[in-house]
Design a protein around this ligand. Structure first.
Ligand code: ADP
Ligand code: MG
Length: 355
């Protein structure tokens, strides 16, 4: 019996001794991971460092709080109240998002437009009762969308009759910006946050190498690890928009959830996906911009997207870069990502670096 006890105790003792006297644990590699389903999206957040657990739980609270105030499917959110015709006094987040949305609308020639909400609803993307609206209904709603404007009064903001806004094209990017602020506040040395197609690669990996962010092959949407290529990134936002994840089919035709405000129909450009990558170390809503631009460039198509990128290159060189996947089988990468992007050789795409 004594021998039996010593056999059990020996490994326990060894364990406790190595706990006390073993090699010190590097606090920057201590990790916490949480999964959250919010904003209609599965999210995965992994934080590292001494305060990784506190930061992970604070991240979840932050996302749930933003969702409760910004979602148009939460009946009591400020956005839902605006959409019901109520006058709303916007809080700081909503004020920022509305200002940014208006700026992005101007900078994308109207392709990014939160006023597109009535059309998104008509196609059934807020209720999952998808349908192809009648052409006359689309024409009517295009007029509503075109005229959408927030009226300001001392009591707050109000939308006109039938008008509505949808922050679905920027809310996750904004959440990623807020997560970056939170990681700064908690002094998190490294983290990986995947909010659906919005990725925040904070710092580097525990071994000092870059985070590896897969760019999904839009032709194989259901397959895990079916990538067109991999981005090696440190301290970056990488936001992807495409028509391959949220869609329905009717009469053999596929209809996805990114609506072209010029036609009222799902965007039908020569692109199947757009990824926008930018530095996440500025404290300045860059994640929100990436989210808006990935949606807008997907609508605009290859030529206009590259024109848009070149315009920004002149103003602020290397502010953001793009990975465009075209319908004719090319992956077009802007020069700032030439070293970071690796094509998956088995994907069948050809790589083009552009400047
Ligand atoms: P996801 O939300 O799937 O990551 P996006 O960021 O591209 O994809 O945003 C798509 C969402 O944005 C839609 O579900 C809808 O709520 C909204 N939306 C659709 N078309 C537009 C548009 N032209 N401008 C702004 N928002 C849009
Ligand atoms: Mg977007």
């Amino acid at each position: 019996m004594r021998r039996f006890i010593s056999i059990i105790l020996a490994p326990l003792l060894l364990l406790s001794l190595t706990g006390c006297f073993g090699p010190p644990v590097d606090p920057d590699t201590v990790q916490e991971s949480i999964q959250v389903i919010a904003m209609d999206t599965p999210m995965l957040i992994s934080t590292y460092g001494r305060r990784s657990t506190a930061a992970a739980y604070a991240s979840e609270d932050l996302i749930r709080d933003l969702e409760s105030r910004l979602s148009r499917t939460e009946a009591d959110s400020a956005v839902s109240r605006l959409n019901r015709g109520e006058t709303v006094e916007p809080d700081e987040d909503l004020t920022t998002l509305l200002r940014l949305a208006s700026c992005f609308r101007d900078r994308t020639g109207g392709a990014f437009n939160i006023g597109v909400a009535p059309l998104v609803s008509a196609w059934g993307f807020t209720t999952d009762h998808n349908q192809v609206p009648a052409p006359s209904e689309i024409s009517r709603l295009l007029k509503v969308v075109e005229e959408t404007a927030l009226q300001e009064s001392p009591e707050g903001l109000t939308l006109g009759p039938d008008q509505a806004i949808d922050l679905g094209g920027i809310a996750k990017g904004y959440a990623a910006d807020k997560l970056a602020d939170l990681f700064r506040e908690y002094e998190i040395p490294r983290a990986m946050a995947q909010l659906g197609g919005n990725v925040l690669a904070w710092g580097d990996r525990p071994d000092g190498t870059a985070w590896r962010v897969g760019v999904q092959d839009p032709a194989r949407p259901g397959e895990q690890n079916a990538f067109a290529g991999i981005l090696n990134l440190k301290n970056a936002f990488a936001v992807t928009s495409g028509g391959y994840q949220r869609y329905f089919e009717e009469s053999g035709k596929r209809y996805h959830h990114i609506i072209d405000p010029a036609t009222g129909y799902p965007a039908d450009s020569d692109l199947t996906s757009v990824t926008v990558v930018a530095d996440c170390t500025y404290d300045d809503c860059v994640g929100t911009l990436c989210d808006a631009f990935s949606t807008a460039f997907f609508i605009m198509g290859e030529e206009e997207a590259l024109d848009g990128w070149r315009e920004w290159q002149e103003e602020s060189p290397s502010f953001f870069d793009l990975v465009l996947i075209t319908e004719d089988g090319r992956v077009v990468v802007t020069q700032g990502l030439a070293e970071s992007f690796t094509l998956d050789e088995g994907s069948g795409y050809t790589l083009e670096i552009v400047s």
